[in-house]
Structure formats: structure tokens, C-alpha cells
Ligand binder design. Structure first.
Ligand code: C5P
Length: 221
């Protein structure tokens, strides 16, 4: 906490840019809670598919999500989403979720509900939160914004190495072109290209820039 307020480090970027690994390690170094906002959208997408709702049926999705019990918790210093009391963690990278998460997360009612949940984390914790619109929409007031990118070839290779079938180019296009909260590089974000850097190198660089911005690191218990 600084000036009586919890601190948010926002990390945005396209799929497979290295955001999750970097954000998790950065949170560990800072002693902050790590929030993977993509996992929250994925949890909701999984629930919609489980309930056999057509991912293109906007009205049905909006009605369903409005009545859904979504609990955003913290376990072991990381975010955990429970939907109707169920932990969907094992299904968040299912092919069907990869394929449908972008269309579901493009709906403004879905975003409205989930953004509120995400903001709730900052009432209790200092955060490193990663996603697509963290610096632009969820926490536009934070001074600590990073945009992590890597070349499309490297990003595809990273996903393939994880053994995942994930059409990242299609998701990127959908996430960048949607009308509500598209992926953008905000003016006050620090851009880091991770193509030729290790996770530790990226985290070192972010820590260096956070210190330069006046964030006191290592002074909290
Ligand atoms: O980060 P990850 O690739 O797991 O995110 C999955 C999907 O969730 C993204 O492709 C995007 O459609 C959606 N998302 C979003 N806004 C965020 C985080 C993720 O729309 N802040």
C-alpha cells in the first residue's frame, strides 16, 4: 500500500506474449497478489459452454451471466475464480474455451460484471494484474502500466511448446478489433518486447522501471 491506497501494476498484451509468467514472477518479487484476468473470462466461458449456451447467442449469455454466482478469491497469493462454487481451473485451457472465450468476452454486459469483480481485488490487496484492458479500462488511474509484446512467430511457438491448440492470431484480431475495451497500447504504458528476453530479464526490467517511477520495493513485510 502507498498513500493509503493499494498499488496496482497493470500488464497488458496479446495472447502468448509472456504476460502470465512475467506477472506471476513479478508479483512474487513484489509480495503482491497475482491476478490473471484472462482466467476470469475463461472461467465464465467454460461455464457458458458447460450449460450448452450458444456462444453467439448474446441475449442468452447476458441473461445467464447476470444470474451467475461468480466469486473472485485469492489462494496462495493468486486469483482463483469459483463459479457457482465450482473451481474450473482444470478446464481453463480446454480447446473449446480457447476457441470461444474471445466472442464471449467481447460482450459489454459480461465485461461490466467482471471488471467490477477485478476492481474488488484492489480493495484488499496490492496487485499485479494481467490482461487486455487493465491499464486502459480496469485501472486507468494506476501509474504502473506495462504492455508486453512478442513477435507473432515467437508467440505461436510458445503456445505450441505448451502443447496447446490455440489460434492466437484469431483471438488477437477479435480482442483488438472489438468495440468494447479492445486491446490497445495506452499512451502512458511502458512497452517491452519479450521476443529475445527470458522471464527473469523481463521482470528485472519491469522492477527497474517501477523503481525509477518511485515504487518502493521490498519495504513492506
Ligand atoms: O490472457 P488470456 O489469453 O488467457 O485471455 C483469454 C481471453 O480472455 C482473451 O483472448 C480475451 O478475449 C479475454 N480477455 C479480455 N480482457 C482481459 C483478459 C482477457 O477480454 N482483461
Amino acid at each position: 500500500m502507498q498513500d493509503g491506497k493499494h498499488i496496482v501494476v497493470a500488464i497488458d498484451g496479446p495472447a502468448a506474449s509472456g504476460k502470465s509468467s512475467v506477472a506471476r514472477e513479478l508479483a512474487r518479487r513484489l509480495g503482491f497478489v497475482y491476478v490473471n484476468s484472462g482466467a476470469i473470462y475463461r472461467a465464465v466461458a467454460w461455464n457458458i459452454l458447460q450449460n450448452e449456451i450458444d456462444p453467439r447467442d448474446q441475449g442468452a449469455i447476458e441473461r445467464h451471466v447476470s444470474g451467475l454466482q461468480i466469486r473472485c478469491d485469492v489462494r496462495d497469493h493468486e486469483s482463483l475464480t469459483l463459479i457457482g462454487g465450482v473451481d474450473p481451473s482444470d478446464h481453463l485451457r480446454d480447446d473449446a474455451v480457447n476457441k470461444n472465450v474471445s466472442i464471449i468476452s467481447s460482450l459489454s454486459r459480461v465485461r461490466e460484471i467482471l471488471v467490477e469483480k477485478m476492481r474488488g481485488y484492489a480493495r484488499d490487496y496490492d496487485l499485479v494484474m494481467e490482461g487486455r484492458d487493465i491499464g486502459s479500462v480496469v485501472f486507468p488511474e494506476t501509474r504502473f502500466k506495462f504492455y508486453i509484446e512478442a513477435s507473432p512467430e515467437i508467440r505461436s511457438r510458445r503456445r505450441a511448446a505448451e502443447g496447446q491448440s490455440d489460434e492466437i492470431a484469431i483471438r488477437d484480431r477479435a480482442d483488438s478489433s472489438r468495440s468494447t475495451s479492445p486491446l490497445v497500447i495506452v499512451e502512458d504504458a511502458e512497452v517491452i518486447d519479450t521476443s529475445n528476453l527470458t522471464i527473469v530479464q523481463v521482470v528485472d526490467e519491469i522492477v527497474r522501471r517501477l523503481k525509477a517511477k518511485g515504487l518502493q520495493i521490498g519495504s513492506r513485510p
